[in-house]
Design a binder for this molecule. Structure first.
Ligand code: MG
Length: 186
């Protein structure tokens, strides 16, 4: 199975957040403040950053695998746990609506609470994760699966993969906040 992350892998979430608040990605506090303030928009309106047709045309089965924002971080902006629940529900429903908009009603979608739990879905050495988060990628590789840090990397490796080469090196994103040693805001 191919598992594909949504935010900043196939949806330009960071770019959209920056359009709502130019300082949104400066630190975790501003990121979650922006997510909270624009909760009705954030996961609904991010534009695709890949050609969705390329995913729809994949020969192998795929599942979109996305995580909700960290509950504790959202909690600090909410007046009580009920509001936190409601906010997380809004995020959840907007992610579902985004997927329906671009992939239709039959697309497989899994929404998990935390990124760390993505690796639980890795059951076979042929299971693939495509995700911009290097921490998720490392967990996935630790669980024995194959990791690509972008959909473009996955596509460019398709011929080798079809020839049976599955020994893929961890790829390091160069131009975002996911380098080694840096805080993964998401
Ligand atoms: Mg992501």
């Amino acid at each position: 199975m191919i598992y594909i992350d949504i935010d900043n892998t196939i949806a330009a979430s960071d770019e959209y957040l920056k359009s709502l608040n130019s300082r949104a990605l400066e630190n975790t506090h501003l990121l979650f403040k922006t997510l909270y303030k624009y909760q009705d928009k954030v996961f609904l309106n991010s534009p695709p950053m890949v050609n969705i047709e390329d995913i729809l045309n994949l020969k192998e089965p795929y599942t979109l695998l996305t995580a909700l924002p960290n509950r504790k971080s959202i909690d600090s902006f909410c007046k009580d746990s009920q509001e936190t629940d409601k906010t997380l529900r809004t995020f959840h429903d907007n992610k579902v609506a985004w997927v329906k908009k671009y992939f239709g009603d039959t697309c497989k979608l899994i929404i998990v609470d935390k990124k760390a739990s993505k690796a639980d879905f890795c059951k076979l050495p042929t299971d693939i994760l495509i995700d911009d988060s290097l921490s998720s990628g490392k967990e996935w590789q630790k669980a024995g699966g194959v990791f690509y840090s972008s959909f473009a990397n996955y596509l460019s490796n398709l011929p080798e993969k079809l020839l049976g080469k599955t020994n893929v090196q961890l790829e390091v994103a160069e131009d975002n906040n996911l380098q080694e040693g840096k805080v993964d805001l998401w």
